[in-house]
Design a protein around this ligand. Structure first.
Ligand code: AMP
Length: 296
């Protein structure tokens, strides 16, 4: 069913700002709006839409940004071929009842180019391992664009998926360290029926790769079960998981690690709260997933 909200589409920052300002001072003089924000790179799927639904339930107005951010792609990555089905994305936002879609160009976001730019540099202890080790500069690009988007949208709440767990921790830390006036809300990973975490990059998988991709989630479940049941020590459970993943044809394991779920510090033994994170390439497609290990 279509929503009764008329979705505004903004392609430049000034128009978005004007709308945001009017929301605060003109149309809602008596009742201040609560703005929820869902930053995305588009190619929207049910994972993104779960964040949108949560924001719509909790806020009076919801803004979705759709921007494939060049500065978070590392050399040799898929920036040029990243899917950009904007009309389809817009239709999903309209149907959901999103109040504003912000779809800026790279020129709008980086008018002075990317080489000369004030950047947000998250602390190395959060970005030196896991995905950060394989994608140097990635989280700097994420933190920088998220900080800019927060300045443009001025949200009260910003919604992020647990699917990108390291990103969530980096953004939380940036908000805390820079005293940004926004509350970060985390939302659980949405999965396909066979357990594969939904991702815009899943469309790149060929049928053989797609068939084996759920092994990542299955391995996380097994590691979590083995470690919490004490059938194995945490290190044995991780080693067992790595061994199994390394035997999957076409799969190149990047990491399978257990970390403190708040600080992302690697942990030697089971503790609470703990997250087990994995990244692997299936052919050319890089997939990530994680599981928050339940309290024993
Ligand atoms: P992206 O478009 O990949 O930058 O993702 C935008 C937001 O959607 C991020 O906060 C992601 O963590 C979140 N997200 C992506 N995939 C999922 C998923 N399967 N479940 C929940 N959230 C997701």
């Amino acid at each position: 069913m279509k929503s009764t909200v008329e979705t505004q589409v903004f392609e430049n920052i000034a128009d978005l700002r004007q709308w945001r300002c009017r929301l605060r001072y003109k149309d809602n003089f008596d009742r201040q709006p609560i703005v929820g924000f869902v930053p995305t790179m588009g190619a929207l799927h049910q994972g993104h839409m779960s964040l949108v639904q949560k924001a719509l339930q909790e806020c009076s107005h919801v803004v979705v940004s759709i921007f494939v951010n060049p500065i978070q792609f590392v050399k040799g990555e898929d920036f040029d071929k990243y899917p950009r089905p904007f009309e389809k994305d817009l239709e999903l936002c309209v149907r959901a009842g999103v109040h504003a879609v912000f779809h800026p160009t790279c020129e709008q976001m980086y008018p002075n180019g990317q080489a000369s730019l004030t950047r947000v540099v998250p602390p190395g202890e959060l970005t030196g391992h896991l995905c950060g080790a394989f994608r140097p500069g990635h989280f700097e690009g994420v933190a920088t664009v998220v900080a800019k988007l927060f300045g443009q949208v001025e949200p009260n709440y910003a919604y992020f998926g647990e699917k990108d767990y390291q990103q969530l921790v980096v953004v939380r830390r940036m908000v805390a360290d820079l005293d940004l006036p926004v509350a970060v809300v985390a939302s659980p990973t949405v999965r396909e029926s066979d357990g594969l975490a939904m991702s815009s990059r899943n469309v790149y998988l060929n049928s053989g790769e797609r068939a084996v991709a759920p092994v990542l989630h299955q391995t996380l479940l097994t590691v979590s079960k083995n470690a919490t049941s004490k059938a194995l020590t945490l290190q044995e459970a991780l080693a067992d998981g790595r061994r199994k993943l390394e035997q999957v044809p076409g799969l190149t394991l990047q990491y399978l690690e257990a970390c403190d779920a708040i600080t992302l510090e690697p942990v030697a033994e089971c503790k609470h709260p703990m997250v087990v994170l994995v990244a692997a390439k299936l052919g050319d497609v890089r997939l990530i997933d994680n599981i928050i290990v339940p309290k024993i």
